[in-house]
Ligand binder design. Structure first.
Ligand code: ADP
Length: 171
């Protein structure tokens, strides 16, 4: 068994991410959910918030840890002696990006394999971006994200949704 790394933005963690990690943990034994911190990207949640939300959601799943990393995932993998990078695949649109990443990572770290896991059908349409889009317009994301994330999204967008509702009432 080789330790696995599941890297991503996790801004925020969704039920789709949770599904992947629950499914791969029994195969890999130990999995680190690695929150990438890219200074060029803008996130809704801070690094610390994304970490806390992931930790809360993953509490109780044995063999799973959460870490934050800035830089190449393969550098983290090498440092931790991890041999597997896990990525989830939803639609065909994910494919090209994942193919390029997997091959580049293979070039950089030949010992590390990328393991692609297909999203479960019920989470095919779930992404951090769509969930944020729905929440910021006051829609329900119940079941699409862990309960803690649902609350955090409501808190982040509370003022925005209040203003939106006021404008809708006037129109
Ligand atoms: P990134 O910014 O690296 O794409 P994400 O947090 O969006 O990070 O996603 C991390 C990984 O999880 C990616 O491999 C992505 O394809 C996968 N993923 C995202 N949403 C789902 C889902 N609903 N089901 C399965 N895999 C998913």
């Amino acid at each position: 068994m080789g330790m696995g790394i599941y890297p991503g933005s996790f801004d925020p963690i969704t039920s789709g991410h949770l599904d992947i990690i629950r499914r791969v943990q029994p195969i890999l034994g130990e999995v680190t959910l690695l929150i990438s911190q890219n200074p060029k990207k803008t996130y809704l949640f801070t690094e610390q918030e994304r970490k806390l939300l992931a930790e809360e959601a993953l509490k109780g799943i044995p063999g799973v840890t959460v870490a934050v990393h800035e830089g190449l995932t393969v550098d983290y993998a090498k440092k931790q002696n991890a041999r597997v990078i896990v990525r989830g695949l939803r639609a065909v649109s994910d494919y090209e990006y994942e193919l390029v990443m997997a091959n580049m990572n293979k070039k950089l770290a030949p010992m590390v394999e990328t393991m692609i896991v297909f999203a479960s059908p019920e989470f095919y349409y779930v992404s951090s971006n769509t969930v944020k889009e729905v929440a910021q317009n006051g829609g329900s994301v119940q079941g699409l994200v862990p309960v803690g994330v649902e609350k955090a999204l409501q808190a982040k967008y509370a003022d925005r949704v209040k203003d939106l509702r006021a404008r809708q009432a006037k129109a």
